[in-house]
Write a protein that binds this ligand. Sequence first.
Ligand SMILES: [Ca+2]
Length: 179
Amino acid sequence: MKTLKKVFFSMLITALLLSNFPYSVGVHASETNIALNKPVTTSSVRPARSELVGALVVDGIDDDESSRWSSKMATGLGENEGPSEDGTVEQWITVDLKNVYDLSMVYVSWEGAYAKSYQIQTSLDGTNFTDIYVNTNAKGGKKTIDKTSFINPALAKYVRVKCNEPVKASWGIQFMKLN
Ligand SMILES: [Ca+2]
């Protein structure tokens, strides 16, 4: 019962902040990695590297090959479930931020197997997603996307990176860190 009260209290404060001071919430979010250790879901995990799960993308560790997510091979020759190394061409990773935030920045650290075309999307319900950033000519690497690059308001409880085209299909999609 105590836990329940705490959760409600925290949600109420967030809601009040969002309705009265939307920009102060944005500033707060920019100072904190709000994705850190939050729950993550992914379209697939590469069976041959099943230890490289989505949670490693929000563990706060960058520049470490053993701390990345690896999707299945994005060849389009298989399904995302099951033991086959081949998955669908599109792959995604979603972070549940657990509260609603006004995002000020999204940081993505790609491994060599990056997406040439991807979207960053937000959602309040985990079902309906809106694009806040679209890149159809991406080069991988470490990418900081700040509010000036957002194409829509970025109130978010869920943040998804939707990868549409891999740089090399047999590599799949891999990230090391998401802020
Ligand atoms: Ca990591």
